[in-house]
Design a protein around this ligand. Sequence first.
Ligand code: UD1
Ligand code: UDP
Length: 354
Amino acid sequence: MKVFTVVGARPQFIKAAVLSRAFLAHNIEEVLVHTGQHYDNDMSDVFFSELSIPQPSYNLAVGGGTHGQNTGRMLEKLEELMVVEKPDWVLVYGDTDSTLAGALAAAKLYIPIAHIEAGLRSFNRRMPEEINRVLTDHVSSLLFSPTQVAEENLLNERIAAEKIHVVGDVMYDATIFYLDRAKKPSWFDVEGFEVNNFILCTVHRAENTDSEIRIRNILSGLGCSQLPVILPMHPRTRKKLESLSILIPDCVRVVSPVGYLEMNWLEANCRLIATDSGGVQKEAYFHKKYCVTMRNETEWVELVEKGVNILVGDSAERIKEAINSSDTYDFSEFIYGQGDTASKIINVLFANTQ
Ligand code: UD1
Ligand code: UDP
């Protein structure tokens, strides 16, 4: 079996680390293609070296453009490579522009597509990710969903039940595998931070960073934290704050994006997490940390239903209230599988390959 994997953005490298290792173990040939959507060292290279991801066979160096530019340029280059490589499967992850480009290129060449993280929905079509995930799901032959909720979303869109496989969450496989390699950042003690006595925060969503009002509100809410806030800042957010000359509140310590092993350590050792990231919301749950989600809706609705994740939008008042909460939360029942998602995916791929 030959699998052509398309990755391009930070969370996809982490997911691919899990699957690439499993492909190697099963002697499955993988052509790993990096679209170049994320290209800074701390947004890309660090994950390949730290997580021992095989160097990509190709790097398309497409990044930094608009959605249309990125998707179009990737599509053209991916099509050329798929024609040459003739894979049995094209594998795409999540909901980025790289995901959609990979799926579209494959669909038009009649190459079957396997979509990991299928069926997630925010039901907000103004999110670029929602367009990417809906379109990708509808051209995929195998849809790997992390939860029953995701499966139901696909069934509601009349996607055939036999294409859908609920396999748990590949990010949980990653959390388990790398947990004992989690790394305390070198600056943590030097700067006087204390374990379980800080808030970990990430913000990068277009809906937050592209709106001056929302990003100002979010920073103002974070500025009311009683605990220090550590904020590894996505380049998109950094550029926006610089262009608007927005000042960072005193209690917020901005650092460069950290590698996955340091991120895991921070997640495991913080008091709680405030984020607009999809992946970080789940990792908060894996580490049994309360998550304050600075969005109006989430794809991970089961976490909100369980009471371990609260949606606060961009309301400074609600952010302030939630991050200063000292309540305790119930993390007893687990909902994202057993950490064996990669092997489940591989079994389904084998069963569906001629
Ligand atoms: C993308 C995904 C989003 C995902 C996120 C993960 C889409 C539509 N969005 O958002 O779903 O949650 O990745 O982090 O695909 N930039 C750099 N250096 C980099 C990467 C980005 O400077 O290494 C800056 C560039 O100015 C770029 C901007 O960030 O134009 C946005 O990057 P882009 O990949 O388009 O979107 P993200 O916000 O990263
Ligand atoms: N992450 C990281 N370093 C950081 C911020 C995030 O390694 O500075 C990891 C995080 O642990 C998670 C993934 O990146 O595994 C989430 O990516 P991101 O928030 O960029 O995208 P999303 O999940 O929202 O698509």
